[in-house]
Design a protein around this ligand. Structure first.
Ligand code: DX5
Ligand code: ZN
Length: 221
């Protein structure tokens, strides 16, 4: 069967004043994931939203809520994000005092857990935790803003994670600069989930966008 990856639109590029329409656009596009970028202005130089926002949108969407916490010491807020209705909570290795404890805390709420690294962090930093994570999120841009250019070297980390996966069943996800020009390389690197913020919300035909991108097809292949 033809391989297909999950496209996870990031609401970071949506109009926050009309978030219910954005969620509906995502649903109608045919994907079942939505990526929620949480930023605290400390771990990254930008601020977005917290658990209250997720609690408020949860009743309006059946999508898989993929929360990407770009916050310092995320363990302080795991309970809040879990109770807000996140389906997967991803934290950064660089932000955690105790990574194992943070992941265990997430799992204790029956929520899937993910671990992410910045472009400057080697993939060896996540390797000790691969037995306990459901997802590894490779940042292909410096976290903080949408609309940046994908750093091609980060795809080596995806290849490495795919190579060493063996019988473990973590998803490999990539985040930042995924668009119709980069999707062929992203797809070929072996990812399972590609986050797309600006490219998704700029696409006129979002259903066609998701259909093509999930098969690794962009404009410039
Ligand atoms: C950046 C965020 C990304 C961002 C991706 O810190 O983690 O999820 O929304 O945006 P694009 O797809 O525009 O690069
Ligand atoms: Zn993200």
């Amino acid at each position: 069967m033809e391989r297909s990856i999950i496209i996870a639109p990031s609401v970071l590029s949506a109009d926050f004043s009309d978030i219910r329409s954005a969620l509906e656009d995502i649903r109608l596009s045919g994907t079942n994931w939505v990526h929620l970028d949480v930023m605290d202005g400390v771990f990254v130089p930008n601020i977005t939203f917290g658990p209250k926002f997720i609690t408020d949108i949860r009743p309006h969407s059946d999508l898989f809520f993929d929360a990407h916490l770009m916050i310092e010491e995320p363990v302080r807020f795991v309970e809040h994000f879990a109770k807000a209705g996140c389906d997967c909570i991803t934290v950064h290795t660089e932000a955690c005092e105790d990574i194992r404890d943070t992941l265990e805390n997430i799992k204790s709420y029956g929520v899937e857990c993910g671990l992410s690294i910045r472009p400057s962090t080697p993939v060896s930093e996540v390797e000790p935790y691969l037995d306990m994570v459901d997802l590894v999120l490779i940042m292909s841009v410096n976290p903080g803003f949408g609309g940046q250019t994908l750093i091609p070297e980060t795809l080596d980390k995806v290849r490495r994670l795919a190579d060493i996966r063996g019988s473990r069943d973590y998803f490999i996800s990539i985040d930042g600069g995924v668009n119709s020009s980069t999707i062929a390389d992203v797809f070929d690197s072996g990812v399972d989930v590609a986050v797309a913020g600006s490219a998704f919300f700029n696409a006129k035909d979002k259903r066609a966008f998701v259909q093509k991108m999930s098969r690794g097809q962009g404009d410039l292949r």
